[in-house]
Write a protein that binds this ligand. Structure first.
Ligand code: MRU
Length: 362
């Protein structure tokens, strides 16, 4: 995506520094656009764990590049398997992480150690390029949903939760890809951006992305969505996902499930957009089987923002002594979803729906 006239991806390797891996430091947004240069396995693992890079598809790509960095230190089979495990353990919910590392290992196990570094960089670049292409396709397949909501003299209102934009993928985004595609096609639309406490990915990242692209949007408190739906202010909801079961249940940022309940009560279409790399074909019951990341309580007890003098400050917003809990994701059962938008098209959120698009999984 273009930011201030320059094309960015959320992870890349420079032609003149072809071993290092670059990411945008998402913990610094929206206050400053900072590029991080990763040169070691540990730096890549830290970037994922600390959410300097975050969002299901992009953490898969960064983990793949992290394995490249690890192989530069030690390309033995023993080290490679250990390093892949270490990278995989950085975050538990998004399946793209394991998918990308499994793909790397499958390619590398049959490669002589002396050739592994070159092969690994090639494979990681393929993973990144394919993710960008899949997300562009999600935009094309999601576009008709927004076109169908166009009414004369009225803008289309889309609500989204968390950040499932280009920052969360290698490029384009998942939930935001249909929005960018529709906006680029000249459709008059507006996006309600859930702030997405506790880490504010909506307020800090989605609003920044949309603003940089010129897409009209309004940030709302997480609890505003139901009210907006009751008053006809939301034509459709599109969110991303961190893991979708073979039956169509979708794990996404905490609070997604509540939005889906409100959407169902108000007959608002609720779509999940994700590449097939987010589908966990081994899991059928999302609520029972998808591991939900439990993050630090300080993410709930504290907030970070820019002070009037420009400095970035973190402050406690909860009374001293009150404990906090921080489940980072929830699971929306397939029955609450209108459908899924994938790189191969749209389908009902069900085993049959997914198998219709991915018959090779039958
Ligand atoms: O904890 P995060 O910020 O990594 O969570 C991200 C989300 O929940 C996104 O909605 C999801 O990964 C989809 S990204 C295209």
């Amino acid at each position: 995506m273009k930011i201030d006239g320059r094309d960015y991806r959320s992870v890349w390797v420079d032609a003149d520094d072809h071993w290092s891996v670059h990411i945008l430091d998402q913990t610094k947004l929206p206050w400053s656009l900072e590029v991080l240069r990763l040169t070691t396995r540990d730096a890549a693992a830290h970037a994922i764990r600390s959410m300097q890079t975050r969002g299901a598809p992009v953490i898969g790509a960064v983990a793949a590049y992290g394995l490249c960095l690890a192989l530069r230190e030690d390309a033995s089979t023993e080290a490679m398997e250990r390093d892949a495990d270490l990278l995989n353990a950085t975050r538990p919910t998004a399946i793209n992480l394991r998918w990308a590392l499994d793909r790397m290992l499958t390619r590398l196990r049959n490669t002589p150690a002396s050739e592994r570094v070159a092969v690994a960089y090639h494979e990681a670049a393929l993973i990144a390029d394919e993710d960008a292409a899949q997300n562009a396709a999600i935009g094309r397949h999601g576009l008709p949903l927004i076109e169908a909501a166009v009414r004369p003299g009225r803008r289309v209102n889309v609500l989204t939760h968390c950040n499932a934009g280009w920052l969360a993928t290698v490029d384009w985004g998942t939930a935001l890809s249909p929005i960018y595609t529709a906006f680029n096609a000249g459709i008059d639309l507006h996006v309600w951006v859930d702030e997405t406490r506790p880490r504010n990915q909506g307020a800090a990242l989605t609003a920044w992305e949309l603003g940089k692209h010129g897409v009209p949007h309004t940030v709302v408190a997480d609890n505003a969505g139901g009210h907006l739906m009751q008053h006809g202010e939301v034509d459709l909801v599109i969110v991303g996902a961190d893991r979708v079961t073979r039956t169509g249940d979708a794990a996404n940022k905490i609070g997604t499930y509540l939005k889906a309940l409100a959407a169902r009560d108000n007959n608002v279409p609720f779509w999940v957009a994700m590449p097939s790399t987010t589908i966990d074909w081994t899991v059928s019951d999302g609520v029972a089987e998808i591991p939900i990341e439990e993050r630090s309580e300080t993410e709930v007890t504290e907030m970070t923002g820019r002070m009037a003098d420009g400095t970035i400050a973190t402050m406690r917003v909860i009374s001293a002594g009150s404990p906090a809990a921080n489940p980072a994701f929830d699971v929306t059962p397939a029955r609450l979803l209108t459908g899924l938008i994938t790189e191969r098209g749209r389908c009902p959120a069900s085993a049959e729906g997914l198998l219709g698009l991915f018959p090779e999984r039958r």
